[in-house]
Design a protein around this ligand. Structure first.
Ligand SMILES: NS(=O)(=O)c1c(F)c(F)c(SCCc2ccc(C(=O)O)cc2)c(F)c1NC1CCCCCCC1
Ligand SMILES: [Zn+2]
Length: 257
């Protein structure tokens, strides 16, 4: 894949040997300290377009050895909340283990069960590859996953296929569905900051939106997420989250008080 899969979450300290950006001062994820976020009323609600896909539109779901990735058509776009238009590339998940949480961002040092990332690129650049290295190149929407009492039908559209892509590089076709169903219903309560990809090559090209409202999955769904996939040497794919990186001179904005 785009970043050689020889890196792992075990050798985090070595990432910057091959990918120098990983040692930068605008890295992600971060801990969001709600005491020092800056209320920014100019932040508009995130508006999405084209997120509801017909079942006739098939998407590829792949275990790439680091996470499960759903490739998205460029017809999905962020049309509000960002200064420029961004189009979808893919979405993927981060999780922990049967006994521990695995979100990437934390809020007041609380780590959530998991985290969804929907990756988009700025349409002022030719394509994703050109955008990936520019400061305003990418927009990633982050959603915290929690365990609740009911099954989440939208996440089930992804989770039900995990048992059939257990091995690294396994992939399967899944029918389209309303991708917006994976996000919280309230898209105007969010944190916003400038950061990076949380995986090598760690490019500092991401304008992050982390929603304040979480989404709920059932216990059984979370169990499928943390225990279905394997990585290269058939070891369980778990705890695929990067520890939080220091903020340095950055501020985190909040669209709410
Ligand atoms: N949180 S994140 O957005 O930084 C992120 C991660 F944390 C990730 F862990 C990942 S997966 C690791 C990168 C990767 C490896 C293999 C393949 C492949 O075989 O197709 C593809 C990608 C991952 F894919 C992403 N997002 C990617 C950034 C990596 C390179 C380009 C792919 C689009 C966005
Ligand atoms: Zn991610």
């Amino acid at each position: 894949g785009p970043s050689d899969s020889h890196w792992s979450y075990e050798d985090l300290g070595q990432w910057d040997k091959h990918f120098p950006a990983c040692a930068g001062t605008m890295q992600s994820p971060i801990n969001i300290n709600t005491e020092t976020t800056i209320f920014s009323p100019q932040l508009r609600p995130i508006q999405l377009s084209g997120y509801s896909l017909p079942a006739s539109q098939m998407l590829t779901l792949k275990n790439n050895g680091h996470t499960v990735v759903l490739k998205l058509p460029e017809s999905l776009a962020i049309v509000g909340g960002y200064a420029q238009q961004y189009r979808a590339v893919q979405l993927h998940l981060h999780w922990g283990s049967p006994s521990s949480p695995g979100s990437e961002h934390t809020v007041d040092h609380k780590r959530f069960a998991g985290e969804l990332h929907v990756v988009h690129y700025n349409t002022k650049y030719q394509n994703f590859e050109a955008a990936m290295t520019r400061p305003d190149g990418l927009a990633v929407l982050g959603v915290f996953l929690e365990v609740g009492r009911r099954e989440n039908p939208y996440y089930q559209q992804i989770l039900e296929h995990l048992p059939s892509i257990q091995g690294e590089d396994d992939e399967v076709y899944v029918p389209g569905f309303n991708i917006a169903g994976l996000l919280p219903d309230n898209l105007h309560l969010y944190f916003h900051y400038n950061g990076s990809l949380t995986t090598p090559p760690c490019h500092e090209s991401v304008k992050w939106t982390v929603f304040n409202q979480t989404v709920m999955l059932s216990k059984e769904q979370m169990s499928i997420l943390v225990s279905s996939l394997q990585t290269d040497d058939n070891s369980p794919l778990m705890n695929n989250f990067r520890p939080d990186q220091s903020l340095h001179r950055r501020w985190v904005l909040a669209s709410f008080e």
